[in-house]
Design a protein around this ligand. Structure first.
Ligand code: KG4
Ligand code: ZN
Length: 318
């Protein structure tokens, strides 16, 4: 990897979430300078590039409709292949960026602000989805609870920091775990947990700082328990011994520690990319693009941008 330039959009913290129109405008403004910065850092010229990969789905359409046509136009003008990548698949390739020798099959969890997916990577570009969230994504729940606690957006990392100063002394419900109906399911649900925190804060309006830290620690404990328990059940049922996690929430140290601990007890190894590969980045999209180009060739320039698109289990579809 020669360079991995990420341009974060801090404008959203003022509004407590991503404002799609602002995101789209910032993309238009930044895509050229970020591309030049990536080439500059890599020390290569545009005419040395041999393929361009870009996310085509899922995501905010305004953002996709900036990056996708930009990549297509550039590939057309340079006469080099273009490859469209599913964003969730990109997060899986972040694991391979960190562990180049990793061989499927393995269990993977993609835990980000937009997705919560538990899946089996049977082969690169061939996946079996075991479960996903029925409502909020895991990172989204962290962000919403962070907002309730007065932390700025995106609040996942700040919530973890606050939780470090508290004790998980409040028993918030572990999503779906208490329900017999979902005993065999690998799906997730986080909105009930978020609502439980909302009600707790409403019922205890004058919390001092240590008590707020306890709320953060207790929420984090419940959310992480939901994830870790499903991973333990999946490795035991499927007999897989390697677990890769990715997406912004995979940067959470408590989650990493809990998985390392569970791995010792249940006999699996957890692979976690470094934080800058866990959160959204272009290197993971390039890594997926290289694999797709080798296996399936270039994507057509007619490939559409799609706001929603689950990771396809069929290998050719991206
Ligand atoms: O993968 P990502 O950068 O973007 C999406 O594809 O959504 O994930 C961002 C999400 C946000 O919800 C953010 O709050 C969460 O990851 N996040 C964390 C931590 N760092 C980032 N959540 C919990 N603990 C963290 N340390
Ligand atoms: Zn992402």
């Amino acid at each position: 990897m020669l360079s991995n330039v990420v341009s974060s959009q801090w404008a959203h913290s003022r509004y407590g979430g991503v404002v799609p129109e602002l995101a789209a405008r910032a993309h238009v403004r930044l895509i050229g300078p970020v591309t030049l910065a990536a080439l500059d850092t890599a020390g290569i010229a545009l005419n040395q590039v041999t393929c361009i990969a870009a996310t085509h789905a899922p995501g905010l359409l305004g953002a996709l409709l900036t990056g996708l046509p930009f990549a297509k136009a550039l590939s057309f003008s340079l006469d080099i292949p273009f490859v469209g990548v599913n964003h969730t698949e990109g997060h899986l390739f972040a694991i391979r960026l960190e562990y180049p020798d990793l061989k499927p099959p393995f269990l993977a969890a993609v835990l980000s602000g937009g997705h919560t997916e538990l899946l089996v990577v049977n082969d690169w570009c061939s996946y079996e989805i075991l479960g996903s969230t029925l409502d909020d994504a895991c990172g989204e729940a962290f962000d919403k609870v962070a907002k309730l606690l007065g932390l700025s957006y995106p609040g996942g990392a700040a919530l973890e920091e606050l939780a470090r100063q508290g004790n998980a002394s409040i028993r918030f419900p572990v999503p779906l775990a208490d329900s017999a109906e979902h005993a065999d399911s690998f799906d997730f649900s986080f909105s009930g947990l978020k609502t439980a925190v909302l009600y707790y804060l409403r019922d205890h309006p004058a919390l001092d700082s240590p008590a707020r830290a306890d709320v953060a620690a207790s929420f984090q404990e419940a959310a992480i328990t939901a994830v870790v328990n499903r991973i333990i059940r999946a490795v035991n049922e499927l007999g897989l011994r390697t677990v890769g996690i990715s997406g912004g929430v995979a940067a959470n140290s408590t989650l990493k520690n809990r998985l390392a601990h569970a791995g010792k007890e249940h006999g699996f190894e957890t692979l976690v990319p470094r934080p800058e590969y866990c959160t959204d980045n272009a290197a993971m999209i390039a890594a997926a693009g290289v694999e797709r180009l080798e296996r399936f060739g270039p994507s057509p320039l007619s490939l559409p941008a799609l706001a929603r698109s689950p990771l396809s289990p069929r290998t050719q579809d991206c």
